[in-house]
Design a protein around this ligand. Sequence first.
Ligand code: GLU
Length: 395
Amino acid sequence: MTNHLSNRINSLPISQTLAMAAKARELKEQGIDIISLSLGEPDFNTPDFIKNAAIQAINENYNSYTPVNGYGELREAICSKFKRDNNISYTPNQIVVSTGAKQSIANVAMVLLNPGDEVILPAPYWVSYSAITILAEAKYIEIPSTIETDFKITPEQLEAAITPKTKMIFFNSPNNPSGTVYTEEEFRALAKVLEKHPNIYILSDEIYEHINYGVPNFSFAAIESMYDRTITVNGVAKAFAMTGWRVGYIGAPEWIAKACTKMQGQITSGTNCIAQRATITALDAPVSKIQYMVDEFKTRRDLILGLLNNIKGIKTNVPQGAFYVFPDISYYFGKTIQGKTINNSSDFSMLLLEKANVATVSGDAFGAPNCVRISYAASQDNLKEAVKRIANVLA
Ligand code: GLU
């Protein structure tokens, strides 16, 4: 059949995180006992105090269209949160609430990038950064990193990747998929390079900020010289176990916030009214209210690292944040296991799915072809069983 779809959609890769999650769901529905460690999604319920705020909002008849950039009260709450957690001063007209951090990122890319612009992606990077860059008809330039350097890029690498066409850099700490958290000193060293290039914007995705096991959080926009060209992206999905509520937001220079509001006004309008009311309650609460989830994630991280490190050929670092491990599995390339030859990380991930019934996401999708992403946002029993199955197959 003739393909009548636009070049835009034809050139867009499918989201590998969502595709793997869908595949795992499909196999489960067929009755196969799949353990899904593919999707980055807390397995906790949204805390009751947030759910109650949503119920109250329904009863108080919050049902009308919302302001495109979000309720004023929510934007105030976001400003207080930025001040409290990130030491960044924003005013409500610098905030835009969106239907998830993913939409926030897409808004920013659409309003800042022109065809032919270059966007720097420190690898590994979340799958949708490259896809959204493609949608904006810009070109992404990867900066590679390896497990040996804890997947961190250096100021020298950053400097070398910059060209006159560079318009933006995506920065993500704690990182999905590697769990890497940059220190303040490392942030400042990268900022020193960017200071020499005043036309480059920084999209700082801080969605995992609270899922951090010890390295103090730091934000690009907290560096004075970066404030005017940083877009800070965040949301409630990961920290508050609110993935399905779809609330993300940015803090940005006002002209960028205004442009994002204009973009969103033509595409989705304001975010869901009930979810916005619940988000006010979530953000106003002390961070200590969600510490039990972070503590549990840390226990699971230690558990899965301990188990994986007993398997020959799996190399891990110690992720300091988020809820992923991103082992280097290149030892298995060229080997044949249960009749399947492993040539790359996709083959490895498919082997785990088909022979161990464990769903993961191949590192290719994140710009790191030697690795595979395992989400440990799953119960300890499931993690133990999953690693046991993986070990059996690889043995
Ligand atoms: N961000 C999560 C992940 O990486 C959710 C899926 C997605 O939106 O990519 O698994």
